[in-house]
Design a binder for this molecule. Structure first.
Ligand code: F55
Length: 804
């Protein structure tokens, strides 16, 4: 859009007066943010309304991305960037005497997700709009997002995330588009006299009103304004003969009260089931209602809409769409089923057994009786159709019902036309392992879609110094066509350019150092190597391996204080699920070690540990541009893809990585010389499983170095971890190290030694950083989303300039 600084200043002053009727210097930073946010919402309104109108007029195929989590990050700057007025507004703010950066930081960061899965959903929303795909988000408007993390005495404590306290400038409540979602009660089928059809009769249901709140998702410089719709649970309007009690109110509000803080452990709680059906049902109802307003026949539904199921959490959209087509639209089962499978597609995000959702059949039958009947019929028909072809055993292993439970991933595969994994290796493992039986039955449904990230947020906004350097060197075309980043390779032998690249990194490290000094009172030297691990705390992600590596370095410095050591700062960001006891013990270990190391004069500037609390999208934006090394060290086969690996790469960090998830594809893109690989391969891990011959204790017995490192957990080297140190030590030796930490330790240490070596040659290091930046465009979510559009959703996208 077009905007001059003068116009902006006039608009700002006028809105300030309208909203607050005060002088500018009376406003707090957060109030200043609200004025600017409201102004930007006015600026984007045209674009948003016109896109919606265009979708209604042309009846383009719509994609609905159903996700129980979204992590959009702060929206002020990204909306300004997409509108093309970021520089104008920054300049205008300055002239108004506002501190623009402070105002940006005053926006609450919506934590409506746990980690990679929720952030991926938001990267996709951004790319859908930028690729001009008619894409809609559908999720839950949690009253409280993921807990805020603080450390007290080194232990994680969880505080409520009251993100809506000052209101939300970006959302619009659409009360008139509310839907009713039914829970519980009894359902029976009765023959309708007039039509002769069977219709369900509901008794004693508990009805909840789903109220939508819409947020605009803008495309980059293209006038697109898509919608993310989040649902909030409320009581239905009061009937004349019925008064609600406070208890009624509280029971309903609970459904959308808070995000479940577990990112990889499924624990079949009733409230979670209610959340899943709540947003699935509301979303499908509103899609069909909207569709019916514009279209006659439902037979074409599969050509007009696509519904995407982000992990199994929204799988109940399958029986819910069936319910509407059967009970409300009176289609035959076979017609309804054909439409449903045509509409639905599913992404799997994990092969960890403990993360696969399974709901007890009796719970579903009680809570969602009609939905249960429909799933039972899906199960019955699947068995009837497949048993003659594939035999009773395979069918029993792969049907929706098993062991008294509904296996949601199986239901998702059976009820959709596409199932994808999120990296090549992950998709292979799905086919070989977790979903092997269904892969044998429906091989044509399986496909890979390697994850991607939006460079608009993760480079353009998060790393402005790098963005400006790239503009200078290769022009600004990369900002809309990320494949143009590859042209920067032409400068890999240009020492002046490499020096500028090093300078950019140093600037970002200084900025992070300032933040660390201000928040944690720890002084870190930007000249040191910044080694970063940022992700949820989980045993399989092996933060412990990283810690053991630091212990080794600490012990080496202590033993030979006069040697030369590459100065290092180890930076962690990680939340643990509140109920994940072991993960919390690792947090305590990291903090205790940090305490020891950071106060030991012998470490001086050689080694510092910084564990930044409350890792979140906005904290990631500060850390990632400052990283020299990004640790991607999961046990091979466990990390489905990883996406911070891609963000770090795009910011010129080199990966320290196992051959897991998308790390493999990153290696293929940049070449093995431009990252540091170590550790067991998937085949080696699987061979240990098959032969059951892994013994961590033997490795401990045989290696003095391993022994010295592990012993530090239990010999009071690190004060304050009596319990934790012993538990962690036992997990490795007594309980035989589920994730091969001990097995990979020496290989990890060797890779770290290579890194120290490599860092000495700054010219060559910057060449490697440049190579990583150059190939980051391959992991642009724009491309990923285009592949979904072509292969799965069958919708048109902007084919130029950002094609495959
Ligand atoms: C959240 C709730 C439940 Cl019940 C289960 C899982 C999650 C969750 O947050 N999963 C998650 O983030 N998975 C991650 O998805 C990323 C995007 O595909 C992958 O990159 C990453 O490997 C995977 O762990």
């Amino acid at each position: 859009m077009k905007l001059t600084t003068a116009q902006f200043k006039t608009d700002y002053r006028k809105l300030l007066k309208t909203l607050y009727a005060e002088e500018q210097d009376e406003l707090s930073t957060s109030e200043q943010f609200l004025v600017l946010g409201n102004l930007v919402r006015q600026y984007l309104a045209d674009q948003w309304q016109q896109t919606t109108a265009e979708y209604n007029r042309t009846q383009r195929k719509q994609v609905y991305y159903f996700s129980i989590e979204f992590l959009p990050g702060r929206l002020l700057e990204s909306n300004l960037l997409n509108l093309g007025i970021l520089d104008t507004v920054r300049a205008g703010s300055k002239e108004l005497g506002l501190d623009f950066d402070q105002l940006v930081a005053a926006e609450p960061d919506p934590g409506l997700g746990n980690g990679g899965l929720g952030r991926l959903a938001s990267c996709f929303m951004d790319s859908l709009a930028s690729m001009q795909i008619a894409g809609n988000g559908n999720g839950i408007r949690y009253r409280y997002g993921l807990f805020k993390q603080a450390f007290i005495n080194g232990y994680q404590v969880e505080l409520p995330d009251d993100w809506l306290r000052n209101g939300n400038v970006w959302e619009v409540c659409k009360e008139s588009k509310a839907c009713t979602v039914r829970f519980g009660g009894n359902v029976y089928l009765r023959r309708d006299e007039a039509s002769g059809q069977l219709v369900p009769v509901y008794e004693n249901t508990q009805d909840v009103l789903a109220v939508p709140y819409d947020t605009a998702m803008l495309g980059y410089h293209n006038h697109v304004g898509n919608t993310m719709r989040l649902w909030s649970a409320e009581l239905p309007p009061q009937a004349d003969d019925h008064y609600y009690t406070q208890a009624d109110k509280a029971a309903v509000a609970r459904i959308t009260e808070v995000l479940y803080p577990d990112d990889s452990n499924y624990d079949g709680q009733l409230l979670r089931l209610h959340q899943e059906y709540f947003f699935s049902s509301a979303g499908v109802q509103s899609i069909i209602r909207h569709y019916r307003r514009h279209q006659q026949s439902l037979v074409d539904l599969g050509r007009q809409i696509a519904i995407h199921i982000n992990d199994t959490h929204p799988t109940l959209v399958i029986p819910e769409l069936m319910r509407i087509l059967l009970d409300e639209e009176h289609l035959d089962w076979s017609v309804a089923w054909r439409i449903t499978t045509q509409v639905m597609s599913y992404t799997n995000h994990t092969i960890l057994q403990e993360a696969l959702e399974k709901w007890p059949q009796d719970m579903l039958a009680r809570e969602l009786p009609r939905i249960y009947q429909i799933i039972a019929e899906i199960d019955r028909r699947f068995r009837v159709e497949m048993t003659p072809i594939y035999g009773a055993e395979r069918v029993q292993r792969s049907a929706p019902f098993g062991d008294g439970q509904v296996r949601m991933a199986y239901l998702a595969v059976i009820g959709s036309h596409s199932t994808n994994g999120v990296a090549k290796l992950h998709t292979e493992l799905l086919q070989r392992d977790v979903l092997a039986d269904l892969y044998a039955i429906y091989p044509e449904r399986f496909n890979n879609k390697t994850n991607g990230i939006t460079l608009r947020r993760w480079v353009q906004l998060a790393n402005k110094p790098l963005s400006e350097l790239l503009d200078q060197q290769i022009g600004s075309g990369w900002r809309s066509a990320s494949s143009e980043l590859e042209t920067v390779k032409a400068y890999q032998n240009d020492p002046a350019f490499l020096a500028k690249l090093a300078q950019v990194k140093l600037t970002n490290k200084q900025r992070l150092a300032d933040y660390v000094a201000a928040t944690l009172q720890i002084k870190i030297d930007p000249i040191a190597l910044f080694d970063v691990q940022i992700k949820r705390l989980h045993a399989y992600k092996r933060q412990l391996l990283h810690v053991l590596g630091i212990i080794d370095l600490y012990q080496r410095i202590k033993a030979a204080p006069d040697e030369h050591y590459q100065a290092r700062v180890h930076i962690f960001g990680a939340k643990a699920a509140p109920s994940y006891y072991y993960a919390k013990e690792i947090i305590k270990l990291i903090n205790a070690l940090a305490d020891l190391v950071n106060h030991d004069p012998a470490m001086r500037d050689r080694l510092k540990i910084v564990f930044l609390p409350n890792y979140s999208v906005s904290l990631a934006e500060k850390i990632i541009p400052a990283a020299d090394i990004g640790e991607q060290i999961s046990t091979a086969s466990k990390e489905a893809s990883g996406t911070s690996n891609m963000k770090l790469m795009a910011n010129g960090a080199l990966a320290l990585a196992t051959l897991d998830g998308a790390n493999i594809e990153i290696r293929d893109a940049v070449g093995a010389d431009n990252l540091f690989l170590f550790g067991l391969t998937v085949d080696e891990v699987y061979a240990y499983y098959a032969q059951q011959n892994y013994r961590a204790q033997t490795l401990y017995d045989q290696s003095p170095r391993i022994r010295r490192i592990l012993d530090a957990l239990v010999d009071d080297t690190i004060p304050g971890i009596q319990t934790e140190g012993r538990d962690i030590y036992d997990s490795l030796l007594r309980f035989n190290d589920d994730y091969f930490v001990v097995r990979d330790l020496e290989s990890y240490l060797a890779a770290q030694a290579q890194i120290d070596q490599a860092y000495q040659d700054q010219n060559q290091w910057q060449q490697r950083a440049l190579e990583n930046i150059a190939f980051a465009g391959r992991f642009s979510a724009d491309k990923t989303v285009n592949r979904y559009a072509e292969d799965i959703w069958h919708v048109h996208h902007q084919s130029r300039p950002e094609t495959k």
